[in-house]
Design a binder for this molecule. Structure first.
Ligand code: ADP
Ligand code: MG
Length: 446
């Protein structure tokens, strides 16, 4: 393989693994040669070699193979001497100074003011609020966990904003576990470990986001553990987030797990309907200012809060797209436009409630036989529950009207439309019906 070919392969690698990974891991690699089907590279340190072997060896091999270089293995060895070629041969590279600025920047929108509190997140919110007051450290660390897009990062930034505002002298550092690892690796590479340790140990409040990232990365874990202990010993506040509880993070050392559990562990639960609606209402206020004159039909937010239950990021994305689209085409935001514009999102977050389930629940609720739900009899005591089931099928599934009709004994789609319209009207007039609908929806979504 010529150096030119390696350059080309490096290009491809940059595209697959991203610029950050590329500059940290691939750029420092020095191609050494190929012998007996083994491609050899020089690496700066043992740690570096282990890491790249575990994380990128397969991809490097793959790209070599697809470029027509038949190798069975890649090997990494620590360069004992400065490689013979290149400018480094004459002049040792000056180690880059470790970035003075550790920590990531904060999103100015992620404040307590913009955080909508509901049942699923009230505990996490209360704990975050307490920490943000910066009083005596009562629980250390504060460990926030929950699924993606539920507000962990938002809460951490909110804490940082408040602390910085009320106590500007405090050294508050927020960063992701991934960034922690990068600065650690860079410090190793540039032989700046003393600086690194000093920097992290002089922090007053340390926040590390998505700590599950360091699971399985042994040296990073080790360093994290020492940093953590040093700060706790000095009674400095630590705030950690992860996508699951400390005990459930695989490949995380036991001693780290137990230290993480020493403080307060709170979880953010999956959103419920009320919280989703609250968040949508808050966002809509913002959009109303931005897109003046845009009309939002009644029931759209409720529809979105019902149908998109995956996470808040998806919910926000849906609303953003909806408003942008409606303003582009200059149309009112109706249910139809919403379904059109968000078809992919709605499909993806379909909770897979089936029409069969709806029919079963509704017949139980009204105490009628399931066969009558589907059958031809048209008396009011049967027709009304049937229409309710049709209405719920339209609301809670992504089935088309003809499909719904087919599930109700092969009825025509115009019958379905009529049924849905009837219930939409009655819902406003008859509180019993609107209560029934709410109850049924809840039990179906549970
Ligand atoms: P996580 O870090 O848990 O994956 P984020 O904090 O990044 O999730 O939240 C995803 C998005 O949802 C962000 O835009 C955030 O502002 C928003 N969000 C999450 N929870 C709330 C909430 N309770 N109120 C308002 N917005 C929220
Ligand atoms: Mg996050």
């Amino acid at each position: 393989m010529t150096n030119n070919m390696w350059d080309e392969i490096r290009q491809q690698l940059q595209e697959t693994i991203g610029a950050n990974n590329y500059s940290t891991w691939i750029e420092p690699l020095e191609f050494s040669g190929i012998a007996d089907g083994v491609a050899k590279f020089w690496v700066p340190t043992q740690f570096f070699g282990n890491w790249i072997r575990r994380n990128f060896a397969d991809q490097i091999k793959h790209h070599l193979n697809t470029t027509g270089i038949a190798i069975t293995r890649v090997e990494f060895a620590v360069a004992k001497h400065t490689p013979a070629k290149g400018p480094a041969a004459t002049k040792p590279a000056t180690p880059k100074p470790l970035a003075r600025e550790i920590g990531a920047s904060l999103d100015s929108h992620f404040t307590f003011d913009s955080f909508v509190v509901g049942k699923p997140n009230e505990l996490a919110h209360a704990a975050a609020k307490r920490v943000s007051e910066g009083g005596p450290v009562t629980f250390n660390p504060l460990f926030l966990y929950g699924g993606v897009g539920l507000g962990k990062t938002h809460l951490m930034h909110a804490i940082a904003h408040d602390l910085k505002k009320h106590q500007p002298d405090l050294n508050v550092i927020y960063l992701s576990a991934e960034q922690f690892m990068y600065s650690f690796v860079q410090a190793l590479r540039d032989r700046k470990m003393m600086d690194f340790k000093h920097m992290f140990r002089s922090v007053d409040v340390l926040m590390v986001d998505d700590v599950q990232f360091i699971a399985g990365k042994d040296s990073t874990q080790e360093e994290f553990f020492h940093t953590f202990n040093a700060l706790v010993d000095q009674n400095k506040q630590i705030i950690i987030s992860a996508d699951r509880a400390p005990g459930e993070i695989m490949k995380l050392e036991e001693r780290i797990k137990s230290r993480l559990q020493c403080g307060l562990v709170v979880d953010l639960h999956p959103t419920d309907y009320e919280l989703r609606l609250g968040i949508l209402q808050q966002k809509v206020e913002y959009y109303r200012n931005q897109y003046k004159g845009l009309v939002l039909a009644d029931g759209i937010l409720e529809f979105l809060a019902h149908r998109i239950s995956s996470n808040i990021r998806v919910l926000e994305g849906a609303l953003t797209r909806l408003f942008a689209f409606a303003s582009l085409v200059g149309r009112e935001i109706t249910l139809e436009l919403t379904q059109d514009c968000l078809a992919d999102i709605l499909r993806a977050s379909d909770r897979k409630i089936t029409i069969g389930e709806i029919q079963r629940k509704v017949s139980e609720h009204y105490n009628i036989r399931l066969s009558d739900m589907i059958g031809p009899r048209r008396m009011r005591t049967l027709a009304r529950p049937r229409q309710i089931a049709m209405y719920l099928a339209k609301q809670l599934t992504s089935r088309s009207l003809p499909e719904i009709g087919r599930h109700f004994g092969g009825r025509d789609h115009t019958t379905v439309i009529h049924g849905i319209r009837k219930i939409t009207e009655l819902k406003e007039l008859d509180s019993q019906i609107s209560e029934d609908l709410e109850l049924l929806r809840r039990s179906l979504e549970a």
